[in-house]
Design a protein around this ligand. Sequence first.
Ligand code: ADP
Ligand code: MG
Length: 661
Amino acid sequence: MDLENIPKIGKKTIENLNKLNIYTIRELIEYFPYKYNFYNPSNINNASNNVNLTINGSIESIPRIVYIRKNFNYLSFRVLSSNKLINVIIFNRAFIKNNLTCGRNISLTGKYNVEKNAFTASNIMFTPLLNTFIEPIYHLKGNIKNKYLNKLIIENLNKLQIQRTIPEYLINKYKFMNELIALKEIHNPTSIDLLKKAKLVLIYKELFDFMFKINYLKTKRKTSETHILKKIDKDKINNLILKLPFTLTKDQLLAIEDIIKDFNINKRMNRIIIGDVGSGKTIVAFIAIYANYLAGYQSALLAPTEILTFQHFENIKNILDIRIEKLTSSTTKKDKEKIINKLNKGEIDCIIGTHSLINSDVKFNNLGLVITDEQHRFGVNQRKNLQNKGHSVDVLYMSATPIPRTYALTIYGDMDISEIKTKPSGRKEVITKIYKENELKEILKLMLEEIKNGHQVYVISPLVEENEETNLYDVEKLKEKLNIAFNNKIPIEILHGKLKNKEKDKVMENFKNNITKILISTTVIEVGVDVKNATCMVIFNAERFGLSTLHQLRGRVGRNDLKSYCLLISNVEKERLNVLVESSDGFYISEKDFELRGSGNLFGTKQSGEMDFKLANIKNDIKILKQCNIDSKEFIDNNQENNFKEYPYYKDIIEDINFID
Ligand code: ADP
Ligand code: MG
């Protein structure tokens, strides 16, 4: 129901409510306080000096207005409270003078100066306060007042027929407070205990609805989509696996199995591979491409950067004997036309590329698989656009942000998950140390040692490219510094976003071929770059990065059985960085990062919006979320057949979902 249906509501008020994203009565009622103020009546005789408290008392003198200057005045009067006569002042409330009649019982909140026997009130209520009073506080915009909003919500709550949502058997199972009572309690709390109970049921409702939608989408995809089965010759896959230069890990094999299974059932694949940096996701993707090829379909591999595109292109050519091309923004117009033409005719089996793949002029002959590497770098729509270039295309994502499974459950919604937890064998832990800036000498010594042993070094400077001029200068300056330190004897190159693509490739190639010994870079290399001979990662101003990003950067070294180092340079924040010294477990680190910085940072801003719950907080309420996952699955299983006939609220939700999807 729209706000216009509220009797006597003014146009201005509606506008103000709209500013708070409130458009319907339901939204009004579910506009929850973000905090509460607690008022407890206390005895003035026990008051500590200048500490906030609330007292009851009666007015004993006619208030006097004292004007200090324009728009600044105070009321002064005497109050008898617990047999003590005190002087009260209250600023800028001259307009309530006439309400303050002698003998009236009031309650005051403020600070009491014991020595001066003076009470400075910040709040006044015209009835004495008998019990704890809990005042809900809302986020406000425009000139709507907290009290007024609260009153409006409560009035509508009392009038409105609120639809029951949570299935009754669950309410009974958990002995939840009635939902309507909970709504009243949250806007008009009667005790801390009841407020807690109210919050619990409303959080459960919010998370149950969320998981209901996700799980419904999952089952829907299973049952209703038409999807062509892909016949795959497993012997050929096994042969390829045997020919690889290394033995696949258990989790890699399991992920491959998951994918082949997905190809073989009557449902579009929608899978994400989550695995720590260096866990070997790429080879799994290549095998998926091969399987898709064996079934007679084209594949597209979407990479976030050009560097990564080229790296994948080179690697895949060594492994698969199929027709592969690459497409990026630096592909010439002529080549591009040729490639698109071939794609269209089905003369290319696999295309690897950046955003350029998403362009509308790129058309496929029979696209059967889209793989997105480092999926968090792309928006949902970009991914969908590529996927829509074929019919019922199988979709595989790869993510190096190791998210604890329960969080993954929410963020990755209706995707199936394969985790690669085991690392390829023979990997040594990267020795991680924290240094202060004035310990540069030691760092340089270590770098030199590694280079003398024939290895290579990354140096990361956190300056992002947005501040072009200054940054460029800073990275250059760093190079100069290092050149001086090493007597110009060591080949150093710089990689940053300002370089032309051709130049970037050249820099990367020189580093790959061990011509350059030190690569100074902004975080361009964060994603995916694989140079096995690099054994040392030096990060300046490490405090500017999130723990997960630092872990990703560290993942660039330690890619074989050589001893490797990660040197974090920072003059501050030792404690946070210590997490990295102590652990090399990406899942643990991301959890810590999550604790320290919140979900928005971990998941990237694009997705965090989807995680904005009204009351729930997935960090604190993860147990409830898990339970809601189980409960909603069971609820769907038991009610899907008769279309949620007994549950009109959920019937409406699925109608909405079906309409959008
Ligand atoms: P990420 O999961 O971070 O994308 P990559 O796929 O780039 O990791 O793999 C990291 C490195 O490990 C690559 O050089 C790859 O060839 C190598 N690799 C992958 N799987 C194995 C394995 N089972 N045994 C040994 N090395 C492996
Ligand atoms: Mg990768």
